[in-house]
Ligand binder design. Structure first.
Ligand code: NI
Ligand code: MN
Length: 237
């Protein structure tokens, strides 16, 4: 699968000929000023919670691409009622659904969620995505939580996209423990450096991961990386 990082917690995944876009927040991110949101492909847009730094560009990209929104019930209802965008698929925690590209399970995240106009945003979540060739977990904004331990009981992960910016979410130390809980040694770090509170020392974080035989990938904004199925016997723990 191919992952393109668009800054903050936004990334696109190309898998099985489909484009999945997660948590689009680009036009308000000064670090992503070189990204043209009008060229971003999307068949599906997945939203982890209602905060502005995760959905600021969701509506405009959805209207242009006619992508299907995948999010919790409250967010999908908000887009339908407030913005007349009805191409949504609502889910709730613990449930999974088979889409054209693979199976998506909505999992727990320990965070908060309200929509930009103050409307109730439901509960924040992460997503576990299983496809024939690649399985991954996007944690959304979350604290380290023991609930992560349930994920590898059902899914062998090939990569995890985890927040590492601290202050609002896990920092690098917690993300490294998360690797152990989810039994996955390959992480793409997101939700860092965008604002003052979440600036991190990237090299120090990558070194910490390497010491635990884990990999912390930090693609540049606009960069595309290709990831293949991970060989499980190489697990570092
Ligand atoms: Ni948030
Ligand atoms: Mn956030």
């Amino acid at each position: 699968m191919k992952l393109t990082y668009y800054g903050h917690a936004c990334f696109g995944i190309e898998i099985g000929g489909k484009h999945l876009l997660f948590d689009p927040f680009i036009s308000h991110n000064p670090l992503a000023a070189h990204i043209d949101i009008n060229t971003i492909p999307a068949d599906y847009i997945l939203l982890s919670h209602g905060h502005f730094d995760h959905l600021a560009d969701a509506l405009s990209i959805a209207q242009r691409t006619q992508a299907k929104l995948i999010a919790n019930y409250e967010i999908i209802t908000w887009y339908a009622d407030k913005h007349s965008y009805t191409k949504g698929h609502s889910m709730n925690h613990g449930g999974a659904w088979q889409f054209s590209f693979g199976k998506v399970k909505m999992v727990n995240a320990v965070h908060s969620s309200c929509l930009p106009d103050g409307a109730y945003g439901g509960n924040p979540n992460g997503f576990v995505v299983e496809t024939p060739n690649f399985n991954f977990y996007y944690a959304g904004d979350t604290a380290l939580t023991m609930d992560m331990k349930l994920i590898p009981r059902f899914t062998k992960l090939d990569a995890a996209i985890l927040p590492i910016g601290d202050n609002y979410t896990m920092g690098p130390d917690e993300a490294l423990v998360a690797c152990e809980l989810i039994q996955c040694t390959r992480v793409v770090g997101v939700h860092y450096d965008t604002f003052g509170y979440i600036k991190i020392d990237q090299a120090a974080a990558q070194q910490k991961f390497a010491q635990s035989k884990c990999e912390l990938l930090l693609p540049a904004i606009g960069e595309t990386i290709e990831l293949r199925r991970q060989e499980k016997y190489k697990l570092g723990f």
